[in-house]
Design a protein around this ligand. Structure first.
Ligand SMILES: Cc1cc2nc3c(=O)[nH]c(=O)nc-3n(C[C@H](O)[C@H](O)[C@H](O)COP(=O)(O)OP(=O)(O)OC[C@H]3O[C@@H](n4cnc5c(N)ncnc54)[C@H](O)[C@@H]3O)c2cc1C
Length: 512
């Protein structure tokens, strides 16, 4: 029996893992988390994916309780600004495309749509909620899409059937603190100490970690949550890290926490604004915005990037402290090696575009529970875990490269180079295909990676990478149903905008 689990690292990854294991197994296992008081957490990671609610519901947490304690806000979409030309923008929402007479409403938009109105504002209702900065919840707390309301219980990503309409923005440090409290109350042991050495037995398996003040901490299973340094998985076990820099060259970021001028002016979306050598995130939390510039240092220096970020996000606020971060982009060949599983930045990271870091953590933990070992350490189970984790990361990698390939900008050396840069095998075929028709579930990256075909199409169409024509069959179909559906989308959006409170107003209510 595997009884004792030792987690090294107390960032979002460490505490999400500890809390999930406590919720799953309770006192049937012993969980110890060792966290260094000297090595700071990465301090970013504020935007999530809509599926993160499976995680919070699995823990039995109530959004109205934890969200205000973590300075949280809502995220209905990502708004992409200036990716196709200055001043243009579109939304990539958490909303599936409707289907009319067997064809996606996006196909019908290509055939019938008013091209003076962008695709996203014709085909999704979420775009209207974003434009009006609405909360997805009514004043009484009910969700605007009432059929999707209610807790999910102990379900996992694999049980996601419907598209839930929002994700969260939150302060990553506060979430770590909240989950630490949750874990410790349920019996997890928390040790604040520096791990100095990771000891291996004669087979090379990890036997214990040695700390400065608490001596040796032994365990059966070790989880590496030490961030980009990968202290256990890479530094000790020597697992190969496969870089994605050939296709995703952004290797640095600079972040600023910016007080919002008007607290009430709170957007329910993340903004990703194209910059001269990368892009900038704006993440509205309850009392401030998280902002950051993700860039490649082949094209801009850290000092220039900080200057460009300050100009765009915080003009005149020179006193704000900038956080410069080097990023390790790629994944371990295997995230589970011997008795060590890497979760979080120690496992994989594909830059923050589309906010997938916390999604990878959630996926990794769920898969760990599904493949939890016993004393046989079944190598087939370990291999299956590694394949699932690698597939999810590789799918997101392809999807992110599509953003740069389909973007219409070529006004700086960075954006020019993006057009000629290498791309993952398989993406070229998909991009060629998407010149003649929209992508569907069979033509996007074939393994679970968190994104459905609607996301791939929302990005291509939003970025201006359109099929040459609508499907010829539509010319032989009666357009009446499609026209009625466009009208329904418009009227539903108007009704929701009228009925829902602003994002700030609703959150102010639950913040007391
Ligand atoms: C620029 C940037 C932006 C991002 N934005 C997003 C986003 O919007 N959405 C999203 O989902 N994800 C995002 N991410 C990813 C997200 O930040 C991470 O997935 C998440 O914070 C998890 O980090 P972590 O816990 O793996 O590592 P860290 O936060 O780095 O934590 C490492 C932990 O290990 C401990 N440690 C290290 N060495 C030792 C030692 N010797 N002994 C004991 N403890 C030790 C540290 O004390 C710390 O507690 C972003 C990442 C970056 C770099």
């Amino acid at each position: 029996m595997i009884r004792s689990v030792v987690i090294v690292g107390g960032g979002t990854a460490g505490w999400m893992t500890a809390s999930y294991l406590m919720a799953a197994f309770g006192d049937r296992i012993d969980v110890t988390l060792v966290e260094s008081p000297q090595v700071k957490r990465i301090g970013v990671g504020e935007a999530t994916f809509s599926t993160v609610r499976h995680f919070f519901d699995y823990l039995g947490l109530d959004e109205a309780d934890w969200l205000p304690k973590c300075a949280g806000g809502y995220k209905l979409a990502i708004r992409f600004e200036n990716w196709s030309g200055t001043g243009e923008y579109f939304y990539h929402p958490f909303e599936r495309l409707r289907v009319v007479d067997g064809f996606s409403i996006a196909d019908w938009w290509l055939e019938l749509g008013d091209r003076s109105k962008p695709f996203d504002r014709s085909c999704f209702i979420t775009s209207a909620l974003c434009e009006a900065k609405r909360s997805p919840r009514m004043r009484d707390g009910s969700l605007f899409a009432s059929e999707l309301d209610g807790p999910l219980g102990r379900s996992t990503l694999a049980e996601q059937r419907a598209q839930f309409p929002y994700a969260y923005h939150f302060d990553a440090d506060e979430v770590a603190r909240y989950l630490a409290d949750f874990s410790v109350k349920r019996g997890a042991r928390h040790i604040l100490d520096n791990v100095q050495h990771v000891a291996q037995d004669e087979r090379g398996w990890i036997s214990h970690v040695r700390t400065e003040a608490h001596g040796e901490i032994a365990g059966d299973l070790f989880i590496d949550c030490t961030g980009f340094r990968g202290m256990l998985i890479n530094q000790t076990l020597g697992t190969q890290f496969q870089s994605f820099e050939d296709v995703l060259p952004n290797n640095r970021a600079v972040a600023l926490r910016v007080p919002r001028e008007q607290a009430t002016d709170m957007s329910p979306y993340t903004t990703a604004t194209a910059m001269s050598a990368g892009w900038m995130w704006t993440i509205p939390l309850f009392r401030r915005n998280g902002t950051g510039y993700v860039y490649s240092d082949q094209f801009i220096s850290p000092e220039e990037a900080e200057r460009e970020l300050r100009q765009a996000a915080a003009p005149g606020q020179e006193d704000l402290q900038a956080n410069h971060i080097r990023m390790r982009i790629g994944r371990n060949r295997d995230s589970w090696v011997k008795n060590c599983v890497a979760i979080g930045l120690s496992s994989a990271f594909v830059e923050p575009l589309e906010s997938t870091g916390i999604f990878f953590i959630q996926h990794g933990i769920e898969q760990l529970v599904k493949h939890f070992p016993d004393q046989r350490w079944d190598s087939d189970q370990i291999a299956a875990y590694n394949t699932r984790v690698a597939n999810a990361v590789d799918g997101v990698k392809e999807f992110l490269v599509l953003h740069y390939k389909s973007a219409q900008r070529d006004d700086t050396p960075y954006w020019k180079e993006a057009k000629t840069r290498a791309m993952p095998a398989g993406l070229r075929e998909k991009l060629d295909l998407s010149r003649s028709r929209l992508l569907d579930e069979e033509t996007i990256y074939p393994y679970f990676h968190g994104f459905e075909s609607y996301s791939w199409n929302a990005m291509n169409l939003g970025l201006g990478h359109l099929p040459r024509t609508a499907p010829p069959a539509l010319k032989h179909l009666d357009p009446g149903n499609a026209l009625a559906e466009f009208a329904r989308i418009r009227s539903e959006a108007e009704e929701m905008v009228a009925a829902l409170p602003s994002c700030y107003e609703y959150l102010a209510g639950i913040n007391g």
